[in-house]
Design a protein around this ligand. Sequence first.
Ligand SMILES: [Zn+2]
Length: 292
Amino acid sequence: MISVARSVTAACALGAALAACGTAGTPDGARPAHARPAASPSATRTPVLTPGPGHLTPVFEHGPRTLGKTVALTFDADMTAGQGPRAATGEHFDNPGLIGTLRTLKVPATIFMTGRWAEEYPAQARSLGHDPQFEVANHSYSHYAFTDDCYGLPTIGADRMKSDVERAYAAIRKAGVPNPLPYFRFPGGCYDHQALRALSGIGVTAVQWDVVSGDAFATDADAVARQVLDGVKPGSVVIMHCTRSAAPTTERVVRTIVPELRKQGYRFVKVSDLIGETNGQGGNRPGSLTPG
Ligand SMILES: [Zn+2]
């Protein structure tokens, strides 16, 4: 039985709308497997993990620990289906300053975008989708939870999970992102066996993380930066947000952690690079010395 661990950070407990805080828990039976070459119609050369038994959606959490100091920063572009009125009255669910800083610092990044966000900010979505420095992936259309009890998010029924993800791909493409990746991040990071089964057949790899930045609802950029720097290991995936209203310190955090991690010898990569490295290590290659 797969369950989501529940070590909720203080920031997470404060609010639910931006609930991608979550944990670094490893659900049983959802370990990354060796992969096959690309299986998505949307991005034919993108590395993905091999599905589990019965085509169960595979879950990726971090890259290899022994192939050098690489780290992937990921940013969730959160906007919930019901937040249109708040955007209309001036709340900013985007963060163009953060994206500009990533460009200035030449930090590749993976953006997990909700379909609703792409509808609200199509010019930014298009710009990200055409910039090779970034890769755009799927964070659902509605940002509703795929399990019960997920930071107070509204829950989506199992019969609507697949269509919600497909609706997000349609919205992201319509906004002008030509090749959104076959990666999916569960809202709040909450999933179970039913959710993984509901998405089987779409060809997505679920992408979690092993480093929680704690930027959601944070007010102390230094504390967030420390948490990232303390947590990063070779192959890490860091979760952050590009949503000004609910993660106001993230740009400052990036300005701190990027030079520091580079000083420590880290190289910034995208999630696809880490999945590619994972697929390339050991396994079934002829002559491989990997035991077992
Ligand atoms: Zn989210």
